[in-house]
Design a protein around this ligand. Structure first.
Ligand code: GAR
Length: 215
């Protein structure tokens, strides 16, 4: 038997993606262990979710650090002390600098509410609506030093329908996200997905295009 995948989950807010990972672990669908839930925001509701499930939490409030580098260094230090296989950004709204990204090269994942490379950054739902897009989506990707860049592992899209508001798109995206993150982590835990030298291998074949989530 292989060891459970050791995860650190980083959040800034509601933590519904964190919840989907906790649920997958507790229901036996994902062989993983959350070593810590870390938030830069003391008020993040996701911290309460973690505590409710008996998971260790840690707040590193970025406002208490001199600059991004000091914050990243403290975060890196803490992450090194818990030794995760993967760092899972789940609604973590801070940009990680090159130092920490290098320190955990190939081991940081992010979920982003758009069909990357389209709509990097914030307010993706409203921007997609403003541009009259017909579809929007979700991407899970490997984190590199560039914002919302890095090879995309899995994507899912959904249609934008007449009358949809940003909240409707967010809701559609969330429904997909909650199935996608556990899926990607399951692949990593089962070694269906491997990451080497910044490249993704799915079932031992180089992944040239993102996998498409079949909802
Ligand atoms: C998710 O929709 C995620 O895609 C987005 O934040 C939300 C967090 O929701 N992430 C980003 O925008 C990162 N650039 P949650 O706290 O309920 O999991």
């Amino acid at each position: 038997m292989s060891q459970p995948l050791k995860l650190a989950v980083l959040i800034s807010g509601n933590g519904s993606n964190l919840q989907s990972i906790i649920d997958a672990i507790e229901s036996g669908q994902l062989d993983a262990e959350i070593r810590a839930v870390i938030s830069n925001n003391r008020e993040a509701y996701g911290l309460q979710r973690a505590t409710r499930h008996g998971l260790p939490t840690r707040v590193l409030d970025h406002r208490e650090y001199e600059d991004r580098e000091h914050f990243d260094r403290a975060l890196q230090h803490y992450l090194q002390s818990i030794g995760p296989d993967f760092i899972v950004l789940a609604g973590f709204m801070r940009i990680l600098g090159p130092g920490i990204v290098d320190a955990f090269e190939n081991r940081i994942l992010n979920i982003h509410p758009s069909l990357l490379p389209a709509y990097k950054g914030l307010n993706t739902h409203q921007r997609a609506l403003d541009n009259g897009e017909q579809k929007h989506g979700v991407s899970i990707h490997l984190v590199t030093a560039k914002l919302d860049d890095g090879p995309v592992i899995l994507q899912a899209s959904y249609p934008i329908e007449a009358g949809d508001r940003a909240e409707d798109l967010q809701h559609k995206g969330h429904r997909l996200e909650h199935r996608m993150y556990p899926q990607v982590l399951r692949w990593l835990s089962n070694r269906n997905l491997e990451i080497e030298g910044g490249k993704l291998f799915y079932e031992q074949a180089l992944l040239e295009e993102p996998l498409q989530y079949d909802a």
